[in-house]
Design a protein around this ligand. Structure first.
Ligand SMILES: Cc1cc2nc3c(=O)[nH]c(=O)nc-3n(C[C@H](O)[C@H](O)[C@H](O)COP(=O)(O)O)c2cc1C
Length: 162
């Protein structure tokens, strides 16, 4: 809701579950840009149509969800020279999962902004389930989105050049 309020940038919600991606099953590395499967092309088309992303992840054993990592691994050029921000959730705000995603983003040439949203299962969810964010989380979202929009705009020249 914060992302949809004001500003020029528009955001959509994509759920990786809607793309029915199996564990990565392409025969050649995504860097080759030679996608053979219909599910890969559908995911690639969706990701290619955006200049910036906000990845939302739980924390499992200090890492991101396997489904999200798999979805990131499927593509390459579609991520390049764009910007990414993070929303993590867990007992420690998903911060350790987001740290892992920052390393992955670097390899995908996806610029990871510093500001992030760290939702606590204890303080920002009711019964560790229903999202009930504390008021300060709205400012955290805005700060992350501000950086995200600035960086993705600055990277436009790099996207055009490539
Ligand atoms: C296998 C597993 C490992 C987990 N590991 C962590 C963890 O390392 N750190 C943490 O903060 N929460 C951990 N949790 C708690 C999850 O972050 C929490 O259950 C969260 O609600 C999962 O999000 P989801 O319901 O969207 O999958 C773990 C949960 C599971 C099932």
């Amino acid at each position: 809701m914060v992302a949809r309020r004001g500003g020029d940038a528009e955001f959509d919600i994509l759920d990786v579950a809607d793309f029915d991606l199996p564990l990565l099953d392409e025969p050649v590395p995504p860097m080759m840009g030679d996608y053979r499967n219909e599910h890969t092309q559908r995911w690639a088309d969706a990701i290619a149509s955006y200049d910036r992303y906000v990845l939302v992840t739980p924390e499992y054993n200090h890492g991101p969800s396997a489904a999200l990592k798999n979805a990131l691994d499927y593509l390459y050029r579609e991520w390049n020279n764009k910007a990414v921000g993070f929303v993590g959730y867990g007992t420690a705000g998903g911060t350790r999962a987001v740290e892992q995603l920052r390393l992955v983003a670097g390899e995908l040439q996806l610029a990871a902004v510093r500001n992030q949203v760290a939702l606590s299962l204890k303080d920002d969810f009711a019964d560790m389930h229903a999202l009930t964010p504390q008021p300060h989380q709205e400012q955290a979202v805005e700060a992350m989105l501000d950086q995200l929009i600035t960086w993705s705009s600055a990277l436009r020249a790099a996207r055009v050049a490539s």
